[in-house]
Design a protein around this ligand. Structure first.
Ligand SMILES: Cc1cc2nc3c(=O)[nH]c(=O)nc-3n(C[C@H](O)[C@H](O)[C@H](O)COP(=O)(O)OP(=O)(O)OC[C@H]3O[C@@H](n4cnc5c(N)ncnc54)[C@H](O)[C@@H]3O)c2cc1C
Length: 439
């Protein structure tokens, strides 16, 4: 590793997607950069893991065409979108476990917002009267800025959305976008995200399904980019304290009891670690206190392996009235017969042990697809703090990049990006923190 006490060097702490984006942005600008990561791998909450010899993701991820910073970063580090992501129009199919009518939405190739209105108008499984009500109300719903304390559920009811529309359209959207159920999710954050995804160009609402494991999508190519442009990556290196003197950052204390001089630091650790590191300094104690007040929501991904011939018939299918919420066919990522079942947000499923949860998901898939053969195996991956809870008022707890300590900037999905905790939010924050640090 080269010396890091040169004045221009920026040390990025945390090799999740925010830290990787910050380090790539700095490396691309010719700024010397050192990335420090506590784990033995980069990727953070979006990484590849090994399950019984299979390499899968710690959680099935989905992106939208509105993830413009992500797409730009992938291009910068040499990843071609067509090699890494499957781009699909916003066509959704949600099935009821009890065999009731499937809800289908096809967005058609129309410019925004007509594609969405056409999709709602043509929706199957919801009465025409309810669809027309949703369409006539949509423009004013998406134009307003809901009160900071209003929940998504309250906002939908205020706009006269029927229980069927809430259950069949809005709740699955809310859980997928905010990873928070509508009864405890912020209407303001929901509306902002919908505006960005559905009111811009039609392509913004395209679904982008990874065609490769998450590690190969961004963490590995980003690491190669950082190293080939002269940056250092130090894995297995945990920062335990931030050193500061006279309102300036001076360095980092590491878990092996060594000191790393660092006059410029981008802290890209998860919010609960950032809170610990900032609490020690009076200049950043208020940020630490706000972060400590954030709550979290889990995401469980249950992988079920079937014989390789089994196919879902679409990259993803939604499920209503069930523990399973979305089923993804992993044959699109090179794992034929493997289904990834996503369960966003907390709920009674969190009280089940893995064996019971896998059994419940297998039983649901058996009811949905009775013609499928028996599964060959199942695994559950639980991320208890997958995202911060997008609760009303959470925006006031999210910090900006700059801090009152000179030479210290924050990056991560929890910073004030205007987006919920997403890959796009993490990347945007990393790039913006790098640009501020290099301004
Ligand atoms: C199961 C699951 C499914 C998800 N699905 C989606 C989805 O479909 N679409 C979407 O957009 N988003 C999704 N998300 C959210 C998305 O993954 C996160 O928003 C994003 O990965 C957060 O990135 P980050 O860099 O901000 O934080 P993190 O990924 O948490 O990165 C922080 C890094 O800091 C490191 N670190 C921690 N402490 C230290 C220390 N003391 N010293 C050094 N390093 C340290 C950590 O090891 C980690 O690598 C999902 C998340 C999960 C868990």
């Amino acid at each position: 590793m080269s010396a890091v006490d040169d004045g221009d060097r920026v040390v990025v702490v945390g090799g999740g997607w925010a830290g990787l984006a910050a380090a790539c942005e700095l490396a691309a600008r010719g700024v010397p950069v050192t990335l420090i990561e506590a784990a033995q791998h980069v990727g953070g909450r979006a990484r590849t893991i090994e399950l019984d010899g299979r390499s899968v993701d710690n959680g099935q991820h989905l992106l939208l065409g509105a993830c413009t910073s992500t797409l730009k970063l992938l291009a910068t580090i040499g990843v071609r979108e067509s090699d890494a992501l499957l781009r699909l129009p916003l066509d959704l199919s949600l099935r009821r476990l009890d065999g009731g009518e499937t809800i289908e939405m096809s967005s058609l190739y129309l410019p925004a917002p007509w594609h969405l209105l056409a999709g709602l108008l043509g929706m199957r499984g919801i009465t025409l009267g309810e669809r027309l009500k949703a369409i006539s109300g949509l423009p004013s719903m998406l134009r307003e800025t809901p009160d900071e304390q209003e929940t998504v559920d309250g906002w939908l009811r205020r706009h006269g959305q029927s229980p069927d529309l809430i259950e069949g359209l809005w709740e699955p959207l809310c859980l997928s976008i905010l990873n928070t159920p509508g009864t405890r999710a912020s209407a303001r954050l929901f509306v902002t995200t919908l505006q960005e995804s559905f009111m811009g160009s039609r392509e913004h609402s395209d679904l982008l399904v990874p065609k490769v494991d998450l590690g190969r999508l961004l963490p590995q190519p980003a690491s190669r980019f950082i190293e080939t442009t002269g940056g250092d990556i130090r894995l297995g290196t945990r920062v335990t304290h931030l050193r500061a003197d006279d309102n300036r950052v001076t360095g980092l204390h590491l878990a092996d009891d060594t000191e790393l001089p660092a006059p410029r630091v981008i802290l890209a650790t998860p919010p609960w670690i950032t809170a610990q590191l900032l609490a020690e300094h009076p200049q950043t104690a208020a940020i630490a206190q706000d972060l400590a007040a954030l709550a979290y929501e889990p995401i469980c991904t249950v992988y079920i392996q079937y014989p390789e011939s089994v196919k879902l018939g679409a990259p993803l299918v939604g499920v209503l009235d069930a523990t399973s919420q979305w089923v993804f066919d992993r044959s699109y990522t090179g794992h034929p017969g493997l289904m990834a079942v996503v369960i966003s947000g907390g709920g009674p499923h969190m009280d089940l042990d893995n064996r019971m949860l896998i059994g419940e998901v297998q039983a649901e898939l058996r009811r949905l697809f009775p013609h499928w053969p028996e599964p060959l195996g199942g695994w559950a991956v639980r991320e208890k703090r997958a995202t911060f809870r997008a609760a009303p008022g959470c925006e006031t707890l999210r910090p900006a990049h700059a801090t009152a300590l000179t030479g210290l900037w924050l990056a991560g999905d929890y910073t004030r990006t205007g987006l919920p905790a997403t890959l796009e939010g993490a990347i945007r924050s990393g790039i913006q923190a790098a640009q501020t640090a290099n301004a």
